[in-house]
Design a protein around this ligand. Structure first.
Ligand code: MF3
Ligand code: CO
Length: 284
């Protein structure tokens, strides 16, 4: 992880004086601040918004087309075709060697599932589809859960609570709050419902690259962590386990993350922009 705490110069020309004054004040008080590259210029934001639009349209398209009997490789093909038809690139493809255009994570797979012609969707499955788009060099990222046919009451409740965790995290992501406030809000809601929050994976800055500073943990303590500043764009994507939070990575493919106890896991991901008085959801 880059030491962003050591990069504390801002670009005042992009921000109203009020924002700049506050940033400088917090800086004097010793808060951990995002590096200036984490605060988007209006030009960058325009590009990020265009990318986010395609990414959201892709998830809408998948919502209409995912059904029982298809394989996760079929989903991969839909993602590739839709994205390239929009003059965009699926960000996962060949990212650090990832072999497909989308992550498809079924049941006890927490995230980074690799689409396969051998994985066929069946009644009662819960599936996370995580899509990320590069458009004119700008990155966007989001994921949703898909319930195949009639799922068990327990599976449906997990999917619902995971969605609430994401929404509660988004609500907590306000200017001049702390990243720890976001994590704490998510963790409280998950644990209140008898679930756990995965610790080993986190949300992240996104926009100019796929994964940027800061790390956005989905657990934590209020009043700790980096200050949230207008102009940041990052994801909130809590992975919520029905059992314990421990996970492991498949040794053979090097990617697929499973729950250690074999219990179900669910995740919803949004990408947000921090504004001067709250936030704007860019993808969901
Ligand atoms: N889309 C995932 C995220 O939300 C990252 C996937 S990396 C990949 O951060 F290589 F597996 F695609
Ligand atoms: Co993400």
């Amino acid at each position: 992880m880059k030491k962003f705490s050591k990069v504390l110069r801002f670009t005042p020309k992009n921000y109203p004086d009020e924002v700049e004054a506050k940033v400088q004040q917090y800086k004097r008080e010793g808060y951990k601040l995002p590096g200036r590259h984490a605060l988007r210029t209006p030009e960058q934001l325009a590009g990020i918004r265009e990318s986010a639009k395609i990414n959201t349209a892709l998830l809408d398209y998948l919502s209409e087309n995912i059904r029982e009997g298809m394989t996760t490789a079929d989903i991969d093909h839909m993602v590739y075709a839709f994205t390239t038809d929009h003059d965009a690139i699926p960000a996962p493809f060949l990212y650090e060697g990832f072999p497909k255009s989308v992550c498809t994570s079924l049941n006890d797979v927490v995230c980074h599932g690799i689409p396969s012609p051998r994985v066929r969707l069946k009644e009662g499955d819960i599936l996370n589809v995580d899509v990320s788009t590069i458009y004119k060099g700008y990155f966007s990222d989001a994921s949703r859960m898909y319930i195949i046919g009639q799922a068990s009451e327990e599976a449906r409740r997990l999917v619902q609570v995971a969605r609430e965790c994401r929404d509660i995290g988004v609500q907590a992501a306000r200017p001049w709050a702390r990243l720890g406030d976001v994590g704490a809000a998510i963790q409280e809601h998950a644990e209140k419902n008898g679930y756990s929050v995965v610790r080993d994976l986190c949300g992240h800055g996104v926009g100019l690259q796929f994964h940027e500073e800061p790390d956005v943990e989905h657990y934590g303590r209020r009043g700790t962590g980096m200050l949230i500043v207008p102009g940041m764009t990052f994801t909130i994507e809590p992975m919520i386990n029905a059992g314990a939070y421990d996970v492991f990575i498949d040794e053979d493919d090097g990617w697929t993350v499973f729950t250690e106890d074999g219990a179900l896991s669910a995740q919803w991901e949004s990408m947000i922009l921090i504004t001067e008085d709250g936030n704007e959801v860019l993808t969901q």
